[in-house]
Design a protein around this ligand. Structure first.
Ligand SMILES: [Ca+2]
Ligand SMILES: [Ca+2]
Length: 278
């Protein structure tokens, strides 16, 4: 073999080797991309949910409950609480509800997948904090994309209070250290990452049902069956929001409270979580 032929063969071998490496690298990248994509989808599709069993619970506030609230929070008027009455038994089929409020990270995945524009003040670096500044429609669209839906007011309240008519997710006492509410006593001036208040968990183990962000429900602000209170705000104008926020006091963080917001409102204290029928 001449020196030239040997050189040619080495060059050929090098060429083949280089092509194999390029192909391997290509397939490796394709594989990693696929894995990342699958996990990205799974991460959202598999947001941690909790089963709420079928059965009755007590929804709303009794006269004794609102008398307690007026005394406890030195409120000027019983009228603030009339829409929560009467307390009554509501029976629901089983459903699954998100353990946490929908986060900025969850919403980033949604934006990447759909090409929707981000809500106001959206900061992807706060991935584990609840997303806020979303209209009711946007919240609804997110839940549909995640193959879920917004909770009804009744579903939300049962998930928050359980079946024993307690005033808060954790019990009856208004403990300011169990939720991210107004002020820095709980260490957070604004929203906090989901699950920072394990002592404030609901009987089913849901996090941040009191405080952090108010949460959109599917329902219009309508009078409860048996509610005699004359209220101009009832009707198909406001959607009910639940749980109070980092901007609310502990009175508003009671799960029986019926907050209300216009469906197109975007507030830095309103977010949401999703449910699915069992
Ligand atoms: Ca706070
Ligand atoms: Ca909340």
């Amino acid at each position: 073999m001449t020196g030239e032929a040997a050189q040619q063969r080495r060059d050929d071998a090098g060429f083949v080797m280089k092509n194999i490496l390029v192909a391997v690298r290509f397939f490796l990248h394709a594989f990693l991309f696929l894995v990342a994509g699958v996990f990205g989808i799974l991460k959202v599709a598999a947001a941690e949910t909790i089963l709420i069993p079928a059965g009755p619970f007590i929804m709303g506030s009794s006269e004794a409950d609102i008398q307690w609230a007026v005394r406890q929070f030195h409120s000027e008027s019983f009228d603030w609480y009339r829409d929560e009455t009467p307390a009554r038994t509501v029976t629901l089929p089983a459903f699954r509800i998100d353990k946490y409020e929908v986060t900025v990270g969850d919403y980033s995945s949604y934006l990447a997948a759909t090409g929707e524009s981000p809500p106001r003040e959206f900061n992807p670096r706060h991935a584990d904090r609840p997303v806020a500044n979303v209209t009711w429609r946007r919240a609804k669209d997110f839940c549909r994309w995640a193959k879920q839906r917004l909770p009804t007011e009744a579903e939300w309240e049962k998930a928050a209070r359980g079946t024993d008519a307690r005033r808060y997710p954790w019990g009856n006492e208004p403990d300011a250290l169990n939720a991210n509410v107004r002020g820095m006593g709980d260490s957070y001036r604004n929203t906090s990452a989901g699950g920072k208040f394990p002592e404030g968990a609901s009987p089913y183990g849901l996090m941040d049902m009191s405080g952090n962000v108010w949460e959109w429900t599917a329902d219009w602000y309508q009078p409860y069956a048996g509610n005699e209170y004359d209220n101009d705000f009832y009707g198909e104008k406001f959607k009910v929001i639940k749980g109070g926020s980092w901007y609310s006091n502990l009175d508003l963080a009671r799960p029986a409270v019926r907050g209300k917001a216009l469906p197109d409102q975007q507030k830095n204290y309103i977010g949401f979580r999703c449910v699915a029928s069992k």
